[in-house]
Ligand binder design. Structure first.
Ligand code: BGC
Ligand code: BGC
Length: 833
């Protein structure tokens, strides 16, 4: 076994107390040499810029929602493409199409006919594990995997390679690295975090920044470099219960010691920008936090670059909307990220705020000074156009073989061997190998979120030219050595294999969509375990390869496996996995496992927050654990008791931004049925689309045209057991906004074994006043079921049907057990009552 590693260096593990806040937040200033010239140039520009142009420098629209003409007219200081947003909204956009848009925006920004002085714009993108919005790009392992390599130099090389692919598309700003220190693995962004260990994150932060921007005094912002962003300031990895966009309830010393280190080293390395976080600190949103943004980051730490807000993050500050938020500007956000249609009213309202005094002119000048400073330091004024820059690279830069080789190396160094009983690994390739599991031949799954689409969903293997699935990689090596590798989705086989490799894991997700309430893998739907059981019953030795964005509770799966590898989200180079699983044709090891856990591995599903050094809560595998194939380390079976039966959660989410696994969301008519897998879906009579309410895509809009009966149904492929609930105390709850009332009832019901009750008519719960407004609906589940026995087999716990022309918005559908439920008039009475 590798040497046990202590999680935190001594300095950090010393307990800090709040009395020490004076010494927190050390000066982090980087040694830029050219400051005097730059400040003089800024003074000159500021003197010539009209207010409108200054404010436009501070507004960042998104390419789906503004045009080159808007850029010419207003002269935005920057713009972005969000996850899964492409030139012309074409997922298959070529490199030339990206460059063309970059060039058009660049020249439009320089056109000063309407807006004052010629100032080049900047294009920001989320190249968080390679330039992964671009088809064919190298997809590097996600940050959690890089954490396992313990190799800061490799991180620097990956950042440099990513910068090249980015510049080759004409883009000059990357929203990475994420320097979050995830402290609760239930967080949907845990995989964007390098480690639970602040020291490791701190060393990676500076290396990433140097790789992406170049080294100060050497190749800083050379022709193949892009601007980088430390994100999300601050405490995103420390929120209560691991809630995305949640509240970090920690004291200031902890905020610095655990969550601040990556900013210190990243700023020292010259990071030009920092992104403010969606989360709150002790109840206050970071986007409105003057103390943390201005006093701490800018003043105490001496950060003199720019702070960019997150995706309409300003709109979440109390008293603000996406269209208007002087609070954020005053708190210290220099650029407001304004996707959707909000950029225009936001621009107008912010200009007006200066006129009314809600924002001071000096604050605007400070923000614009910072933006111009970044542009000057990055050399944007002196520079060639995006196209001329891109031309420095040859056509093959995107996804080139050198970058893929680097990604493959990163995969090899990141795999952590958790179990290897009987020394099963490495396998000789000259055998008959069965390859199975839901991630065996699925490049989308092995890549995770932030890959071609925001969530990483909706992608096929054919969407990844140049990439290799894990199965394909195994097959190539096995076939070359004279063996046989067979892919089987079900785990069935005709000829008994010598060994099986089962590759399985989490589906792709991003941000809050990945939040969990406990870490049990395939909770309530143990498909992978069933597969392992089947192979075990056939007496086949099993190697499990686990694809996931975080450590999970997999004790049953570990017990059924002879060898078990944590492979994280390896990305496009499946060959890196094969390199470790297989020997060469002569039976010699190709490479050894060197990856070590960057996060503690849970012993129980409830151990979301589990961090070294451990107090009473012991992990299954410690931070830093990782076997080599030379270790003779036989693991006995682990307990399969989840330890949570007694405290079964008294709530069940059915839909919250996405439908809860294992349920699916379907639209139905008598003759038609369609599963919802994208942002929009429709059947005759009813259409569905996702919309933004409080955060991105957290609500759905349903529109019935009144032509026939049509409905929405949340249902499971197997009946679900809800007997943990007490029907007498169970409420069905959701948030609802009715925009148009239909002329026939809108019925809420369910589908259970036997006949369910009649449900209720939503019309009975709305009146004139509530139309057009969000309201919280809570109805006794008794309206929906006839008796408590029916809770044992629920096919569909929620359905909505109508033949009228209703238009509604709906969010967060859940069951919640509360107090004894009293009388309720709304249930529809019928014969079955
Ligand atoms: C957008 C993505 C974007 C994400 C940011 C989504 O609603 O579709 O493009 O990256 O929000 O959180
Ligand atoms: C994410 C950021 C990202 C931005 C732009 C936000 O929702 O939190 O990490 O940079 O969207 O896509």
């Amino acid at each position: 076994m590798n040497q046990p590693e202590s999680s935190l260096d001594n300095e950090i593990s010393n307990p800090v107390t709040t009395e020490q806040t004076e010494t927190l937040w050390p000066d982090s200033r980087a040694e830029f040499t050219d400051s005097a010239d730059i400040e003089a140039k800024i003074d000159e520009l500021l003197a010539k810029m009209p207010l409108e142009q200054k404010v436009a420098q501070m507004i960042q629209p998104e390419i789906r929602d503004f045009t080159v003409e808007d850029m010419r007219r207003y002269g935005f200081g920057s713009f972005l493409n969000g996850g899964g947003s492409f030139p012309n909204q074409d997922k298959y956009a070529t490199r030339e199409a990206w460059v063309e848009l970059a060039d058009a925006m660049y020249y439009a920004s320089l056109d000063a006919t309407y807006d004052g002085v010629a100032i080049p714009t900047m294009w920001g993108t989320d190249a968080v594990h390679g330039h992964t919005n671009v088809i064919g790009a190298t997809i590097f392992p996600h940050n959690i995997a890089l954490g396992a390599t313990r190799n800061p130099e490799l991180v620097k090389q990956i950042a440099a390679a990513t910068a090249k692919e980015v510049v080759a598309t004409g883009i000059n700003w990357v929203f990475a690295p994420t320097v979050a220190v995830a402290r609760d693995d239930r967080w949907g962004r845990a995989y964007e975090s390098y480690s639970e260990d602040p020291a490791l994150v701190a060393s990676y932060s500076s290396n990433f920044v140097e790789g992406m921007q170049g080294k100060l005094g050497e190749n800083f912002m050379a022709a193949d470099k892009t601007i980088s962003t430390l994100k999300h300031f601050i405490g995103d990895g420390g929120t209560h219960l691991g809630d995305d966009q949640g509240d970090a309830r920690v004291d200031e010393a902890h905020l610095w010691e655990i969550h601040g280190r990556g900013y210190h080293t990243g700023i020292q390395a010259g990071a030009l920008t920092v992104m403010a976080s969606f989360n709150s600190w002790q109840g206050d949103k970071l986007h409105g936090h003057h103390y943390l943004l201005t006093e701490v980051l800018k003043n105490k730490m001496g950060f003199d670059g720019l702070i960019v807000g997150d995706w309409n993050g300003h709109g979440q500050v109390p008293g603000c909307t996406n269209e208007h938020c002087p609070q954020s500007v005053n708190a210290g956000v220099d650029i407001l990220m304004a996707p959707g249609k909000s950029w225009k009213p936001l621009l107008e309202n912010t200009i007006n705020d200066v006129k009314t005094g809600a924002i001071s002119m000096s604050r605007i000048d400070d923000a614009v000074r910072r933006i111009l400073r970044v542009k000057l330091r990055a050399g944007l004024f002196a520079e060639k156009s995006p196209k001329q820059r891109a031309e420095l690279f040859d056509k093959e830069t995107i996804g080139n073989s050198k970058h893929r080789e680097l990604a493959r190396q990163a995969v090899r160094e990141s795999l952590v061997l958790l179990k290897n009983n009987g020394g099963l690994l490495p396998l000789k390739p000259g055998q008959r190998i069965l390859v199975t599991g839901n991630a065996a031949d699925d490049i989308a799954r092995q890549s995770g979120g932030w890959t071609l689409t925001w969530q990483g969903t909706g992608n096929q293997n054919s969407d990844f030219p140049g990439a290799t699935s894990i199965f394909q990689a195994i097959k190539d090596q096995v076939t070359a050595a004279g063996g046989v590798a067979e892919l089987s989705e079900t785990g069935d086989f005709e000829q008994k294999p010598d060994v099986a490799i089962v590759v399985f894991g989490e589906k792709p997700y991003a941000e809050g969509n990945g939040d969990l309430d406990n870490l049990e893998f395939e909770r309530g739907n143990k498909a992978s375990l069933a597969l392992l059981n089947k192979l075990k019953a056939a007496n086949i030795p099993v190697v499990s390869v686990f694809i996931s964005g975080r450590p999970m509770w997999v004790n049953p799966e570990l017990n059924r496996s002879d060898a078990f590898v944590a492979a994280w989200l390896p990305g496009s180079e499946g060959a890196g996995v094969a390199d470790l699983l297989l020997t060469d044709a002569n039976g010699n090891k190709q490479y050894e496992f060197i990856g070590r856990l960057p996060f503690s591995w849970p012993r129980l599903p409830g151990q979301g927050p589990l961090n070294a050094p451990y107090q009473n809560d012991l992990p299954l595998f410690e931070f830093g654990y990782g076997l080599t194939t030379d270790d003779n380390n036989e693991l006995a079976n682990f307990s399969e008791a989840t330890g949570i039966d007694k405290h079964q959660p008294k709530r069940q989410t059915l839909f919250n931004r996405v439908v809860t696994d294992p349920f699916k969301l379907l639209l139905k008519t008598k003759h038609e049925q369609k599963e919802q897998t994208a942002n929009t879906v429709s059947v005759s009579g009813l259409s569905f689309r996702t919309i933004d309410w409080q955060v991105q895509e957290d609500a759905i809009a349903l529109s019935w045209d009144g032509s026939q009966i049509a409905g929405l149904s949340i249902e499971s492929p197997f009946p679900e057991d809800f007997r943990r609930f007490d029907l007498e105390q169970l409420m069905l709850e959701f948030d609802l906004r009715v925009d148009q009332v239909g002329d026939t009832p809108l019925l809420v019901g369910a589908n259970c074994r036997g006949a369910c009750a009649h449900g209720f008519n939503l019309k009975s719960l709305i009146d004139e006043d509530t139309i057009g407004n969000w309201q919280h609906i809570a109805v006794p589940y008794r309206c929906v079921l006839q008796n408590k026995e029916q809770l044992s087999e629920m096919y569909s716990p929620f359905q909505l049907w109508s033949a009228g022309s209703w238009q509604i918005q709906l969010a967060h559908i859940r069951l919640r057990q509360g107090d004894e439920v009293g009388e309720f008039e709304g249930c529809i009475k019928g014969e079955s009552e």
